[in-house]
Design a protein around this ligand. Structure first.
Ligand SMILES: Cc1cc2nc3c(=O)[nH]c(=O)nc-3n(C[C@H](O)[C@H](O)[C@H](O)COP(=O)(O)OP(=O)(O)OC[C@H]3O[C@@H](n4cnc5c(N)ncnc54)[C@H](O)[C@@H]3O)c2cc1C
Length: 361
């Protein structure tokens, strides 16, 4: 089997299948891309246990996330403690370390990793596929009976095979990293404002991430594209600006701008291929469920691939059908979250989210 993409979803798929089948994982980057997205949901514990990774994950010493403090739907902060969750606390990850660790587990369990590798062609080859790979300037054919698209929200493989991405909105995110001189407890901070919403979380080693989310076509996006713009805009947020001042936050390190919209791949699997992670379902960061979804679909995708390779002709379509209720539940939760903020009904960012069918159309 060939897995295209060595992010969390691709690595989770590869590490679960490698003990039973031959797995080749390809990524066009040598190392995992530096990327924002550090909150790991408490329920991920169950998946890590199922994958035999729980003790090893704890040994990586990511920071616990004890609570989330939100200013959403009104001016007063509201705190939700991790203790109320049946799965306990979540985590604030060192994301590069987490992604690199999953890749390393996959190779230890027997998957072959080729990175950087560029796929320049995909051809049907009997009941399977032939890929043209570009490696060190040389073209190399690779044959496989099953392809897995784990290439992230652009679904690079599935789209070449004819699948369609349904994009639900135009959410984008501007972010920057920094350091806290007085790191407090592991609390995630979220604050809504007329043009969108803010997120900040403490990370391991006194680091902190700060991010603002708005829509790509709104004027608010101008202040989102660079660190200076973000910091100027932050100064007007009473709750978040004072919380970050208390923690002694100073910007340091990378800053960036990226897409953060919700996407659904239609279909999520076809003859001889399936998609996992963001390639199958791309989540709004407000849900903090993207990594959980990457691990879950990586695991479920590996089980479906094993059944398919063992002769079960319905395995891939059953996998795709299993993702539909997940997408439906995600959309209804997201609608409830955005619907809870009604202070700026005239602002297009909130107006669109309170009539989501119109936004999607
Ligand atoms: C702004 C923002 C904030 C987020 N915050 C959170 C959060 O707090 N908590 C959370 O759980 N989730 C969060 N997420 C979502 C989370 O980051 C993703 O769900 C997760 O990274 C998905 O993993 P993946 O493996 O599917 O895709 P990716 O992490 O995107 O990995 C895809 C891999 O495929 C490779 N690739 C891509 N194209 C090709 C190609 N053509 N050929 C070969 N390789 C290719 C890439 O190099 C990469 O290694 C956030 C997302 C955004 C945008």
């Amino acid at each position: 089997m060939v897995v295209l993409g060595g992010g969390p979803a691709g690595a989770a798929c590869a590490l679960n299948l490698a003990p039973f089948r031959r797995v080749l994982m390809l990524d066009h980057r040598r190392e995992p891309a530096p990327r924002i997205g550090e909150s790991l949901a408490p329920a991920a514990r169950r998946l890590l246990v199922d994958m035999g990774l729980w003790e090893a994950f704890l040994a990586e010493r990511h920071a616990p996330c004890h609570a989330t403090r939100t200013v959403w739907g009104g001016p007063m902060p509201v705190e939700a403690e991790g203790l109320r969750d049946l799965d306990g606390s979540g985590w604030h990850l060192d994301r590069a370390k987490f992604d690199g660790w999953l890749r390393a587990v996959a190779t230890r369990r027997g998957a072959a990793l080729v990175a950087p590798a560029l796929v320049t062609g995909i051809h049907q080859d009997g009941a399977g596929w032939r890929l043209d790979l570009l490696l060190d300037g040389r073209s190399l054919p690779v044959r496989t009976c099953l392809l897995v698209d784990a290439g992230g929200r652009m679904a690079p493989l599935a789209r070449r095979l004819g699948a369609r991405r349904r994009v639900a909105d135009r959410l984008v995110c501007g972010w920057l990293y920094g350091e806290d001189t007085h790191p407090g407890g592991g609390t995630t901070l979220v604050e809504a404002e007329p043009g969108g919403w803010w997120y900040s979380a403490p990370l391991p080693d006194r680091r902190r991430v700060l991010a603002f989310h708005t829509d790509a076509d709104l004027p608010d996006v101008a202040s989102t594209r660079c660190a200076e713009g973000l910091l100027q805009r932050l100064a007007a947020r009473p709750f978040l600006a004072s919380a970050l001042a208390r923690s002694g936050f100073t910007p340091a390190g990378a800053a960036g701008f990226c897409a953060a919209h919700s996407t659904t791949l239609l279909p999520a699997a076809g003859p001889g291929w399936l998609a996992v992670g963001d390639a199958a379902l791309g989540f709004d960061p407000l849900s903090s469920q993207g990594l959980f979804n990457a691990l879950y679909t990586g695991l479920a995708g590996a089980a479906a691939a094993d059944r398919h390779l063992g002769g079960d002709a319905a395995a891939l379509s059953a996998y795709a059908a299993g993702l539909q209720p997940i997408g439906d539940a995600y959309r209804s939760h997201l609608q409830a979250w955005y619907g809870a903020e009604r202070r700026w009904p005239q602002h297009p960012f909130w107006q669109r989210r309170q009539t989501p069918d119109v936004a999607e159309a």
